[in-house]
Design a protein around this ligand. Structure first.
Ligand SMILES: Cc1ncc(COP(=O)(O)O)c(C=O)c1O
Length: 399
């Protein structure tokens, strides 16, 4: 059947993608052919959502909490988020500063849409979570990269940040603990960044979605420590800390004028976040913290297994990341084309991993792997990668 082709909006050409979802689909297709794939590509905890959170959602469904809510979120959850943020960041925010959304990705997208005009510049670390650049470009703004260097533990270099600022700079995105590198900002880094932001009259989006995954030092929050919640937007949520990726549940905290704009975009796009998910979110914020700490402790143990295992592979070096649940090993001695290598590791080695340059050109030569997987799977994946890489190096020609 001939299907008429309609021209898409020109803006679609500016929209990016996210390699984690693309590779997941590829890996699932291989699984459908009967292959056994180990998934180190997607960024989600392999644990179940804590029982008390699931019970709250079940009770909400039984109580017919299945209707629309205000676009900004139910007042009880917005209050619970404000309390939680004040408790964990030492701030003084109120319900009016808080918005609830179906996922942090939605909050990021709508916040960028609310703030960026065409030709505004937004400074984004390179590498970074792809949604920042994709949406900024989609709305016609200009992303400006600041490289995160391996030799600095992938921490933002303040001199490089300042050099990237122009009169058109409106926003800076920071993300600590960081996806894809696992790097973390120190309190000193945060103080220096805040000084620059004040001097240049900018706004900051601080994506702190991995705040519960800081391993070697207590989590340092830009939102809490910068002393500038009036110039900052906090992105946080339930996906990573409470293993709730499929619930689509997150929150943003921001100055009231920006919250009103983002609230209007929520109303125009999603209408609201699922009602029973919002009830469950209150249970997550106010319930026992033990399940979140247990997951974090398990990630800490697995981090070592993956880092040590990767460093034992000839040609691979891997830093010990301070946070999140990713490692970002350097494979450039084996192959600088990380996308080609990641494909090879999936096709020949049956391990799904991501090329570092899918997070930005500065990720070239690196591979992102998640350690949100069982110890047995991590050990098997290391074994497969070691063998596949040896094969790669001896292959006469690699497609
Ligand atoms: C840095 C970062 N921010 C935000 C998100 C969004 O998560 P979600 O949309 O599941 O809340 C992710 C997910 O991978 C992430 O890595």
């Amino acid at each position: 059947m001939q299907i008429a082709s309609f021209p898409l909006a020109r803006t679609m050409a500016r929209l990016g993608t996210e390699s984690a979802f693309v590779t997941l689909a590829k890996a699932k297709a291989l699984e459908a052919q009967g292959r056994h794939i180990i998934h180190l590509e997607i960024g989600e905890p392999d644990f179940d959502t804590p029982q008390h959170v699931k019970e709250a959602a079940i009770a909400a469904l039984r109580n017919n909490r299945t209707h629309y809510t205000p676009a900004q979120g139910i007042p009880e959850l917005r209050d619970a988020v404000a309390d939680f943020v004040n408790r964990t960041r030492g701030t003084d925010v109120r319900r009016e500063n808080v918005l609830v959304s179906p996922g942090g990705k939605t909050m990021i997208a709508l916040t960028l849409m609310a703030l960026l005009d065409p030709d505004d510049e937004i400074i984004i670390p390179d590498p970074a979570y792809p949604a920042y650049r994709s949406i900024a470009t989609y709305v016609g703004a200009r992303p400006v990269s600041v490289p995160l260097l391996e030799e600095r533990g992938f921490r933002l270099d303040v001199a490089m940040l300042e050099a990237a600022i122009t009169p058109k700079t409106k926003l800076l995105v920071i993300n600590s603990p960081h996806n894809p590198t696992g790097g973390i900002l120190t309190e000193d880094d945060i103080a220096s960044i805040a000084r620059i932001v004040r001097r240049h009259d900018m706004l900051v989006i601080s994506d702190e979605i991995y705040n519960r995954h800081s391993y070697d030092a207590p989590f340092a929050s830009y939102y809490g420590l910068s002393g500038m919640p009036e110039r900052s937007i906090l992105i946080d949520g339930f996906s990573k800390a409470w293993a709730m990726t499929g619930w689509r549940l997150a929150f943003g905290v921001m100055p009231v004028a920006i919250a009103e704009a983002v609230g209007a975009l929520l109303l125009n796009t999603v209408s609201c976040t699922a009602t029973f998910s919002q009830d469950a979110a209150i249970a997550a914020l106010q319930g026992p913290d033990e399940p979140v700490r247990a997951m974090r402790d398990e990630f800490l143990r697995r981090r070592r297994i993956l880092v040590d295992g990767l460093n034992a592979i000839p040609g691979v070096t891997c830093q010990l990341p301070g946070g999140a649940f990713y490692v970002f090993p350097n494979f450039s001695a084996i192959e600088r084309d990380d996308i080609k290598l990641a494909d090879y590791i999936l096709e020949q080695g049956n391990v799904a991993v991501l090329g570092g340059s899918t997070f930005g050109p500065n990720g070239r030569g690196f591979i992102r792997m998640s350690y949100a997987n069982s110890e047995a799977n991590l050990r098997e994946a290391l074994d497969r990668i070691r063998k596949t890489v040896a094969l790669y190096q001896h292959a006469p020609t690699v497609a």
